[in-house]
Design a protein. Structure first.
Length: 546
């Protein structure tokens, strides 16, 4: 139950983990964005550019989570673009900007349980805008031009209405997805005293936010969370519905002087105590599970985790948590480890999905041509020109790209080389795609007795060892990545069949002729792997292979 419990709380907190510092008057705080405060608003965050060292904050908080070149490059690009624009705003005496999130098309919390990067991006894009009151028309036009140019280069096939954009709306610069910006002119402002109360509770910090769930949140919590809180007979839904009316956070993010207050408003003192007790019970269950799962939680002491839970303060109808720099030093490494574990699972799931689509493409090709694809598209003399990956483009929904290739020219001809950078995402390993642009780690198994012989295609009937026991494509290690259009693949060494496959102690993914994908251990017996690579060896795959 504990995973669902924290899931619904996170859904209520919405998209932000960034926080709040109200001005002396909350009316003054909300006035610049009053046109964007409606019945559908669920989050308002305010950032004081005059008191934020953006470079330091990004490096301290986000760089520890950037584990790939692509993530580092993304952070660098964001810093350069945001830093330049923030300096321009300061020069125009604009020191504040806001993040506003609307209900929009928020998914059901049960859908969020299948969380991945694409879902997070879609969620933010469909619900969240940045609002900069006081930005000049010239600044707005310049950012509009920059965003549109970058989007055209990065997402050329995406509907331009869905590109990020910057427009002047209600006298402010507003940045967000084009389709969401189209809706903002029709917003009907509404009084939201809960936001004013939350912002007043947060204090005066460089970053501030208030999260106020929509009325449907309480009903959804009661309907979805019917299971009892860990260690009790009490259903979680009513506890959250009554215990979480709004949330406010106030933060000084610079780690050298870090401080943060978290306040959760409850319906009553009893409701606050019930929510606090439920958090402790669910946290205890998480700690117990982590002991057997060997997750990052297992490395953190129970006392340290419990110190990061809010407690009833003041009148008793609020839960308050104050975090200092020493406490965050516990939290940040924990979050970093959990993030790394979560990303590894996401990358593995994405890679398996890629391989399944590649397998389906190969099998559809075989169904049409009555033979497996040759390892290469060849000229009339049999010389390899282009990879089998190009040959299956029409059956993986990339027919327009396929038609652009000159199939009678080699992969490195002047024309065909220009298509390398347009590698379909199905051929991109999610954990390393940026490290070798235009290169793929999804390679065919090449060998005289493999699915891809060196010099000819085979018929499906030649796979006599069985489709479910014969590997046709693998995810090779980084060192063996190849240009996706080049007729290069994994030359299987039957004396050392693991060669080129596993990074360090990692597993490697393999797709079999029947289309199923397996994550195989690096420690797999050589005889077993050798038997899987050969299509007609007659070996029995089992414990006896060595």
């Amino acid at each position: 139950m504990h995973k669902s419990f924290y899931l619904i709380l996170l859904a209520g907190f919405c998209v932000q983990a960034q926080h709040c510092g109200a001005a002396d008057s909350t009316a003054d705080t909300l006035a610049p964005i009053s046109s964007f405060v409606t019945d559908e608003t669920i989050l308002i965050a305010k950032y004081d550019l005059g008191r934020l060292d953006v470079d330091a904050v990004v490096k301290q908080w986000l760089e520890p989570f950037a584990t790939t070149d692509e993530e580092h490059n993304f952070l660098t690009a964001v810093l350069e673009q945001f830093g330049g624009w923030s300096r321009r705003l300061k020069a125009e005496n604009v020191s504040q900007f806001y993040i506003v999130s609307l209900i929009g098309d928020l998914p059901d919390p049960q859908i969020i349980a299948g969380w991945d990067q694409d879902l997070f991006v879609r969620l933010v894009a469909k619900t969240t805008v940045a609002v900069v009151p006081g930005a000049s028309g010239t600044a707005i036009e310049d950012l509009h031009t920059t965003l549109q140019a970058n989007a055209k280069q990065r997402w050329p096939r995406l509907d331009p209405k869905m590109w990020p954009d910057c427009r002047q709306i209600h006298g402010a610069a507003v940045i967000g997805m084009g389709t969401l910006l189209d809706q903002l002119n029709g917003l009907k402002p509404a009084a939201r005293p809960e936001f004013e109360a939350a912002l007043a509770a947060a204090g005066n910090r460089p970053i501030c936010a208030a999260v106020v769930p929509p009325p449907i949140f309480a009903r959804a919590a009661e309907e979805i969370l019917r299971d009892p809180v860990a260690g009790t007979n009490l259903p979680a839904g009513p506890i959250i519905a009554k215990g979480f009316h709004w949330l406010a956070l106030g933060e000084e993010p610079n780690l050298e002087r870090f401080s943060m207050d978290v306040i959760i408003q409850s319906a009553s003192a009893d409701a606050a105590r019930a929510l606090a007790d439920a958090m402790k019970s669910e946290t205890a269950a998480l700690i117990k599970q982590s002991g057997s799962d060997a997750t990052a939680l297992a490395a953190v002491g129970a006392a340290q985790l419990f110190s990061l839970l809010p407690e009833a303060k003041g009148k008793g109808n609020q839960l308050v948590l104050s975090i200092n720099g020493q406490q965050v030093s516990v939290l940040l490494p924990l979050a970093q480890k959990e993030y790394a574990q979560a990303m590894a699972k996401i990358w593995q799931a994405q890679s398996i999905n890629n391989l399944k689509r590649i397998a389906l493409g190969i099998l559809n090709y075989e169904d049409t041509h009555h033979e497996m694809p040759d390892r290469a598209i060849r000229d009339k003399n049999g010389k390899p020109l282009l990879s089998w990956r190009v040959a299956i483009l029409p059956v993986i929904e990339e027919n327009s790209l396929y038609k652009e290739f000159h199939l009678d020219e080699p992969w490195d001809s002047q024309h065909n080389r220009e298509l390398i950078d347009r590698m379909p995402k199905d051929f991109r390993s999610p954990d390393s795609g940026s490290q070798h642009p235009g290169r793929t780690r999804y390679l065919g198994a090449v060998g005289e007795h493999c699915v891809f012989p060196p010099d000819r295609p085979i018929k499906i009937k030649e796979i006599t060892d069985g489709a479910s026991q014969t590997i046709m494509v693998v995810e090779a290690d980084l060192q063996h990545a190849v240009i996706w259009t080049k007729p290069d693949d994994l030359e299987v060494d039957l004396d050392d069949p693991i060669r080129g496959l596993a990074e360090k102690d990692k597993q490697f993914n393999a797709v079999f002729v029947d289309g199923h994908v397996e994550a195989l251990e690096k420690a797999i017996k050589p005889g077993t792997l050798r038997a899987m690579f050969t299509r007609d060896g007659g070996e029995a795959i089992g414990p006896s292979n060595n």
